[in-house]
Structure formats: C-alpha cells, structure tokens
Design a protein around this ligand. Structure first.
Ligand code: PLP
Length: 426
C-alpha cells in the first residue's frame, strides 16, 4: 500500500469521506487522492515523495506559486506580531485602500474569510438594498455553498429553482432562478416577466467552475443593461477571476462596472481571506451602518491580510500579467495541438492565468456542452498526467491555473507529458 493509500484509509476513520472539501476525494476521476506534504514554486510533493507540476494551485490562490519567500516572510512577521485580534488593524485599511484603488467599481469593501461568506453576504446585501427576494444565477456557475446558491434549475424557465443539496429548504431555493449561461434571450424573457422582483444577478464573469467558459460580449452587455433597467444589482463573483485573469479582474477586461464584486483566492495569497464590496450607497446598508447584518470573528485576520497585501504588491509589478498570460496561452495552445495531433476531439482555452481543457471540438459555451464531454476519456487523461507527474484538477468541470513560478521548462515538460498521455489514450 502506498503512503497516499494508507493516509486515505486513515483519513476516512474520522473525516467524512476522508476529505475536508468533496472534490478532493477524487470521486469524479476515481483512484486515491494525493496527500501533499510540501509545495515550492510550481511543484508539490505527495506523501510518497512523488513530485508534480501543479496546475491546481490550491484551486486558484497561488498565483505566485507555492511558498513564495516574500509571502512566507510577510506571513511569519504578521503571525509573530499577533495571530488575531478581533479588532481593527492598520493593515486591513491598507488592503481596503488598495482594493478600492485597483478596482474602480469598489468604493467600499468588507473583508471576510471565504468566498462562500463573500457571496452569501453580497446576496443578502442585494436583497436588503433592493427589498426584493429573487436572485438569478446561471447553471454551472459556483458561488460557494450557502443555501440560496446551492440551487439547480426547475423544470421550466420561470419555475422555482430546486435545491441541489439535501438540507437546503425548497422555500429558500424557490427564490433563485437558474438560467443558462450565455443565453441572452432567456435572460431578457425573465426580466420582462419578473424584473421588478429580482434583487440581483450573480455571475462568474468568466466561468471557472464548469471548466473555463467565456461569456459572449452580448451576454456581458445584457446583464449590465437589464439589471440597470429593472433596478436590480449586478454582482460579479470574481472569487476565482479576481487578480487571476488580469490586474483589473474580469470587470476590467469586460469594461463593465458591477454594483458589487466578490473576491477570494488570490486576494488572500493562499490564506483564508475574501472580500465583497462595491457601490458606496449599497455598502452603506451593511452593519454597523445599516440594517443588513454581517460579521466574522476572524474577518480581516492580520496574517491573511499580510499574505494578501504582499501578493497584490507582487502581481502589480509591470508586465506580470503579460508574462503569465503568454505562458498560460502557450500551455493551452500546446495542449490543443498535442491532443489534435494525436487524433482526439480536443480543445483548450486560456484567459490570463486560467485555462480550460475540453474533449470537445471547440471550447464549450454552456454547462450542457461541458457535460457532453467524454468523461471516461477526461478521467484517463487526468490519471495519465498524474502518473507523469502533472497535477491538474481531479474533475472535468474545473479550470486550471498557471502561476508565475511555472517556468518555460515546466510548460515544455507538461506538453511532452501530455503528448505521451494523448498517444496512450487511443
Ligand atoms: N465563488 C467562486 C467563483 C468560486 O470559484 C468559489 C470557490 O471555488 C467560491 C465562490 C467559494 O469560495 P470558498 O471555497 O472560498 O468558499
């Protein structure tokens, strides 16, 4: 038995499914999850001392790679001065000031500890501000695991959403309308019929939770225009795309000013930190200023803030995103060429430091298209790469992440490994 297998067996004794977040269990791809004991730059090492080139990066936060010395130093210094105060600190003002400088849409911002908290609080705020209950989300977008957001489409366009998890009351799910990503006509129809009941649209502005799916320009424009026309708020959930697709986030690339934005992952530099913010008049409704309650014992945690500040400083270096985007594009184009050369129906795409790989002829535009992918083939591809020492996300509906620590040689090694795997897939 390998050490990974031993640990997985042991983990299951006291941890449900052996993991603290479900996708880690390798349920989608089969096999034994890798238990990591060390990360450095672009690499992680598992319990059996096998090294992998890591394209998961803790699901997005590690844009500088693992254990970047300057981030580790900032964290150590902050921890030595106090792990948590549950009281205001100067560093959290620095981070708030910086975020509001970097994102023109963000006039006020509140720090929280996870993306789930950020989106949950943003939708409560949108409901409190508008006095409306209905929320629009899109199939395939993931916004964390709060009740209103664990909802799948009902049987018809305007029927109630259904819980996608046991334990979510139908009476909560019925306020969430689940629509098809990139379907402008559907969005227009819903606003025409229910516009005055809708508090907000929440959207992943590039979706990274059904693999990487780009929004069409028409979809982006329609979301902004319809919410404005009907007095609803537009929430850009940039937990994944924030400071990952570019320094100005997805909203910078789209040229859109959302009413509210949620951030997570990169903004915390690998520590538990997230944020939500936006229009000052909307944010004025949050406690202690306003009637919408929101709080957190560890919110603005000084160690997490230190990691976030240092990370944002380093990714703000001139040319950082040009280099990262070029590297990520080289990887995606190389994978697509290798897959097609081996005769597979295969495509790949990249935005900033984020990429998608698909066993479809073209990058998909909707959740249904993503789900039409040849799953056994993806799973064989995943395990082939894993054997070769390349770690991508263990499910076909996840995006991949490149960090500044990935060298050209790492990308070349990955493409060579992928070429061997594609040849073996048959
Ligand atoms: N929103 C998006 C777009 C995400 O990708 C995620 C997590 O992957 C979340 C929200 C939830 O964040 P967290 O896992 O930190 O609660």
């Amino acid at each position: 038995m390998s050490k990974n297998e031993q640990l997985f067996a042991r983990a299951q004794r006291h941890i449900p499914g052996g993991v603290n977040s479900p996708v880690r269990a390798f349920g989608a791809v089969g096999g034994t999850p890798r238990f990591f004991k060390k990360g450095s730059g672009a690499y992680v090492w598992d319990a059996d001392d096998k090294r992998y080139i890591d394209y998961v990066g803790s699901w997005g936060p590690l844009i500088l790679g693992h254990t970047h010395p300057a981030v580790v130093e900032a964290v150590q210094k902050a921890a030595a001065e106090g792990m948590s105060f549950g009281a205001p600190t100067e560093a959290e003002i620095d981070l708030a000031d910086l975020l509001c400088e970097m994102l023109p849409s963000m006039e006020k911002v509140r720090l929280v500890s996870s993306g789930t908290e950020a989106t949950m609080s943003a939708i409560r705020l949108a409901r409190g501000f508008t006095g409306r209950d209905k929320l629009i989300k899109f199939e395939g977008c993931y916004h964390g695991h709060s009740d209103s957001l664990l909802v799948k489409a009902g049987s018809g366009l305007l029927t109630f959403g259904n819980p996608s998890s046991a334990g979510v009351p139908a009476s909560v799910a019925e306020h969430t309308i689940v629509l098809t990503y990139n379907d402008v006509a559907q969005l227009e129809q819903v606003f025409a019929e229910k516009g005055d009941e809708i508090a907000a649209i929440i959207v992943e502005p590039f979706c990274g939770n059904m693999n990487l799916v780009r929004p069409s320009a028409e979809f982006v424009t329609a979301m902004r225009a319809l919410t404005q026309q009907h007095g609803a708020l537009l929430i850009y959930d940039e937990v994944m795309t924030g400071f990952r697709v570019g320094l100005g986030c997805a909203q910078g690339l789209h040229g859109v000013t959302p009413d509210l934005t949620t951030l997570g992952k990169v903004v915390g530099g690998g520590m538990p930190l997230a944020a939500f913010g936006g229009r000052a008049d909307v944010m004025a409704k949050i406690a202690p200023l306003g009637p919408v309650y929101q709080a957190g014992t560890l919110s603005g945690n000084p160690v997490a803030v230190a990691a976030g500040l240092k990370t944002l400083e380093l990714i703000s270096a001139p040319g950082f995103f040009d280099v990262l985007s070029t590297k990520t594009k080289t990887l995606a184009e190389g994978l697509q060429a290798a897959g097609r050369a081996a005769g597979h129906t295969f495509s790949a795409d990249a935005v900033g430091g984020m990429f998608g790989v698909y066993f479809t002829p073209q990058p998909p535009k909707t959740y249904a298209e993503v789900m039409s992918t040849d799953k056994p083939r993806f799973n064989a591809f995943f395990h082939g790469l894993l054997d070769e020492g390349v770690y991508i996300a263990p499910a076909l509906y996840e995006a991949g992440f490149v960090s500044a620590a990935h060298s050209d040689a790492d990308i070349a090694d990955t493409l060579a490994a992928a070429t061997r795997v594609f040849a073996r897939l048959g």
